[in-house]
Design a protein around this ligand. Structure first.
Ligand code: C5P
Length: 255
């Protein structure tokens, strides 16, 4: 049931010189962050960037040229190729979703030079989202902490590892019949550990993020909860501005 009847026009900037709304959606693998981010972008009429796909693309290119995704000298040539070919088609390529590429992505993502090289692209997307839209939704691990620390709203989406492994297993079992739930769970825990303990931009909950635990929520419920948070946050900002006589700092929803 839709309780909040936002219209897309509520989120369209009145003046294109205004700062764009940025919504950061971080969280571990298979937490539901990608689904939430995509649905939020659709609902609000914003642009969407799956930043994990950037690391996946670098990993896939590294593997294709026979390189080791944990070695900078092997990753560098792949990174150069990907930087020149970052297209929406590449980022949506289903070959980026295999377990081998997931594992490789988590390895290339631990290399500081790779993170630095992909930072400008992500920040540019957030500041100037493609199309005449009022904002951008980015999902990843470090959006609220490193890429866009000034994001208008930050979510940290999480779920129990067993539930995340169940979701990932359901997603992969048709194309990978040899895969077991236990293997998916073990891989997911390895990746969580690598992503949250690396020295540069580890998975972390931003201080000002809203944590959404999706263990017992379906995608529609998760979306409604997030929309409720966005509405409350912009209402609070509007009230604050009315009290202090300030104008809104960005073009957020006008409830
Ligand atoms: O989100 P997804 O599972 O597709 O991300 C693949 C990998 O890319 C993650 O395991 C993580 O290592 C890396 N990543 C990252 N920072 C981001 C997005 C993804 O380090 N902002």
């Amino acid at each position: 049931m839709t309780v909040l009847n936002f219209r897309k026009t509520d989120f369209v900037p009145q003046d294109s010189s205004h700062k764009k709304v940025v919504i950061a959606v971080d969280g571990p693998a298979a937490s539901g962050k990608g689904t939430l981010a995509k649905k939020l972008a659709e609902r609000l009429g914003y642009a969407y960037l799956d930043t994990g796909a950037l690391y996946r693309a670098v990993a896939m290119a590294t593997l294709e040229i026979g390189g080791d995704p944990s070695k900078l000298q092997d990753v560098e040539p792949a990174l150069e190729i990907i930087k020149r070919n970052l297209t929406p088609e590449l980022l949506a390529n289903p070959s980026l979703r295999t377990p081998e590429v997931s594992e490789g992505a988590s390895k290339v993502a631990a290399i500081p030079e790779v993170r630095q090289a992909l930072l400008d692209y992500q920040r540019e997307f957030a500041a100037n989202p493609p199309g005449f839209v009022g904002g951008a939704v980015l999902d990843g691990r470090d959006i609220g902490t490193v890429v866009c620390p000034e994001a208008s709203i930050k979510f940290f989406v999480t779920a129990a590892p067993e539930e995340r492994a169940r979701r990932r297993f359901e997603e992969l079992k048709a194309t990978k019949p040899e895969l077991t739930y236990e293997k998916v769970l073990a891989d997911l825990k390895t990746r969580d550990m690598r992503d949250s303990t690396r020295a540069t931009a580890p998975t972390a909950v931003a201080e000002d993020a809203y944590t959404l635990d999706t263990t017992h929520l379906n995608p529609a419920q998760t979306l409604e909860e997030a929309i409720g948070v966005i509405r409350a946050s912009f209402l609070a900002e509007t009230n604050d501005n009315a009290r202090t006589g300030k104008t809104a700092k960005n073009n957020g929803p006008q409830p």
